[in-house]
Design a binder for this molecule. Structure first.
Ligand SMILES: NC(=O)c1ccc[n+]([C@@H]2O[C@H](COP(=O)([O-])OP(=O)(O)OC[C@H]3O[C@@H](n4cnc5c(N)ncnc54)[C@H](O)[C@@H]3O)[C@@H](O)[C@H]2O)c1
Length: 328
């Protein structure tokens, strides 16, 4: 049983608290939030203590693991305090606002010998896990390209991060994970279409040796879309993060054909597999994995190092676009 707490119970932190209150491995001890009304409501709902100041919570409660779900600009300072108190930490994505901050968090967690995990929640999407398994098993053949699309309107609470560090890191991390390597070249374009203070759309082009990847992220498309497709020499996969749907199309390459009708028949009908998947809440799986890691039973969390890697690529793309900071 792990004694846990949540710092920041806004949009996503509330669901960290809900999940911890439901997971048998965890005892939710407390939540902390500067917004007392919000924090108290969550504490009452999930039957735990409430603190306005997280520092007091760390001082007064015996806590073994903490989720940090604060605005991105606060991740670094608060995570330093939590890790410094020797508490296992799951910090929401992105791990921090800059690579430099993120590296410091990793270094301090190593010194303190504490678990540092990052909330790259899509890794726990059942469709992603299954796609990774099938790519590794060679079902798509050699991967040649990946296309990711993560678009929709701006969530109003996001005020201190641009679309590249807020959304782009999801897809960067997923592509790093699926391909099992880091990009060798990055270029990017984007701009401020609806927002005046921050980049709200970006198009990233990543090369992983000879594999080409395109990520489109924005807060301007009026429809929420979260999709990924992977093309390989032997097949093609289409994944929808929201519906957790995964379709595989296997190439039916047949070089010999008798006439055009035969050609269409052989090439026009790839074998299609709608992969049967059980829908599961990715956040639940992420937190369970974090708790298992804290107990030394598993190591499937997205590590601080992987959080840094995603941010390195995001900063690389930002430099290409002339963006000077995560909040611009
Ligand atoms: N993994 C995901 O898919 C995902 C989804 C949404 C958000 N996020 C990330 O989670 C983080 C939080 O996002 P959100 O949408 O829940 O934000 P939010 O604004 O809804 O919630 C943040 C909460 O932190 C509280 N807070 C602010 N400063 C505080 C402080 N010093 N001490 C204690 N509480 C404080 C606020 O009162 C608020 O309740 C962001 O970094 C965001 O990028 C991740």
């Amino acid at each position: 049983m792990v004694r846990v707490a949540v710092i920041g119970v806004g949009n996503i932190g509330y669901h960290h608290a809900r999940n911890y209150s439901e997971i048998p491995d965890a005892t939710l001890i407390a939540v902390a939030d500067l917004d007392a009304k919000r924090g108290q409501a969550a504490a009452e709902r999930f039957g735990c203590q409430f603190y306005e100041r997280y520092e007091e919570m760390l001082e007064h409660e015996r806590i073994e693991a903490v989720s940090i779900a604060l605005p991105t600009g606060l991740h670094y300072r608060v995570a330093l305090d939590v890790i410094g108190a020797g508490v296992a930490t799951l910090v929401e994505r992105p791990i921090a606002s800059t690579v430099e901050e993120a590296r410091t968090l990793v270094a301090v967690s190593r010194e303190m010998n504490t678990v540092l995990a990052v909330g790259h929640i899509e890794r726990f999407n059942p469709a992603v896990r299954e796609l990774k398994r099938r790519i590794d098993a060679g079902e798509l053949g050699d991967v040649t390209s990946v296309v990711a699309k993560r678009v929709g309107m701006l969530p109003p609470q996001v005020k201190d991060a641009n679309v590249i560090v807020d959304l782009g890191v999801h897809d960067i991390d997923i592509i790093n994970y699926l391909l099992g390597k880091l990009p060798t070249a990055v270029s990017a374009t984007g701009g401020r279409a609806l927002l005046s203070d921050r980049f709200d759309h970006a198009e990233l082009f990543l090369k992983y040796d000879n594999i080409g990847c395109y990520i489109q992220v924005n807060w301007i498309t009026p429809l929420k879309i979260r999709t990924l497709s992977v093309t390989g020499a032997r097949g093609y996969a289409e994944l929808n993060y929201i519906t957790q749907k995964l379709d595989i199309y296997q190439t039916n390459l047949e070089r010999h054909f008798d006439d055009f009708g035969d050609f269409v028949l052989r090439f026009g009908n790839p074998q299609t597999i709608a992969v049967p998947l059980v829908q599961e809440e990715p956040l639940r799986l992420e937190l369970q994995s974090f708790l298992q890691t804290v107990q030394g039973l598993d190591s499937a969390v997205v590590t601080g190092e992987e959080g840094v890697e995603a941010l390195i690529v995001a900063e690389w793309a930002m430099r290409q676009m002339g963006v000077v900071s995560a909040s611009a």
